[in-house]
Design a protein. Sequence first.
Length: 335
Amino acid sequence: MMKLMMGSDLTRQGRFVTTLGLVLTLLVTPITSAAQDFPNKPVRVVVPYSAGGPTDLMARAIAKYMASASGQMFTVENRGGAGGTIGTAAVSRSTPDGYTLVVNGTLAHALGPMLRPKTAGYTVPEMSAVGIFSSSSNFLVVSPSLNVKTVKDLIARAKADDGKLAFSSAGQASNPHLGAELFKSLAGVQMEHIAYKGVSDTVNDLVSGRVPVAFASPSLALPLLKDNRILALATTGEKRMKGWEQLPTIAEAGVPGYVFESTYIMAAPGKTPAPVMARLNALLQQALDDPETRIALEKLGLETMKNTTPQADQLVMTELKRWEDIIKRLDIRQD
């Protein structure tokens, strides 16, 4: 039998509903209000590398616009070391309020904890992507002294040299290293990896032919190509690079299935409120529409990308899964 609710019961239920509604309102209102007011103080943008590199330059271009659009300072702070994990870990431990961000290569961001399981200081789920904002192909370049003109020539030379042909990178598991490892795997060749402390350290040996092969970022390759100090054989992306359409992709040049593109991410601590993340994402998207910002990114060989925060988080996980087997096969650890 259904029990009828008396007037006093209805009154008590009404008070409970009212009280519950008030509690929920008090809980939600600070977050909503904070998002509407965000930012109301300076925002710190950590670049986990030294000043002057490509990641630093793109972060400064974006931060400049976001500061102008929001009316608050977006201050870039360089905090390098340990392949980008020191700066990223510091951001992951910061207050999750949107006022501390990191800009990094998506691959370095995703693989850092895998490569340094004991010392990275953060895990991928402890971070949340504001957005993945740009991508670039790299160049497969060689020293002119190597006397190869095509990708097929390079493969033949690598096979003839029986694994002694050397390529440079900015460090173990850096983008140039991983791009080369993918090439070796798909082309069926062996090459010797020479790891340097940073991108700029590779230039002299690349140009001189001492370490004659590299999978170089546009920021490194373009000035050297302009001066004819190195030779480009191909680009690493899925499609031909804008402005360099005369160069084939590596896949077109004889290594089917090869695609390696660098993308870049802005991220925040994982528990940053969704409305604040949405506000940051909106500012980032606006920056990518700004002509001055676009020109600055294009000078670095970058194409802009737009996505929501959930889409960007999914792209991070896709990148992580794509490289997981390769990292395990190569047994790369940096602890």
